[in-house]
Write a protein that binds this ligand. Sequence first.
Ligand SMILES: [Zn+2]
Length: 73
Amino acid sequence: MPFPIKICAVCSEEFELKPDKPGFANRCPACSEAETAEPATSSRMDTFERRHEKEANEARRQAMRDLLYRKDS
Ligand SMILES: [Zn+2]
């Protein structure tokens, strides 16, 4: 069964739209690869945000501990 031929929305090249093709259905495999390489930036951002959140949680825990100690004394 032949795959449908699509025109890439990015580079205007014809490509076969295979069912297991990663990325967007209107982009050729090469342009899909360029696109999937991008999330590395956002995942690095996620790591930064997660670290930031962890620091915020630790600060909150420290404040909570201070509050408890203050209550004890
Ligand atoms: Zn393309």
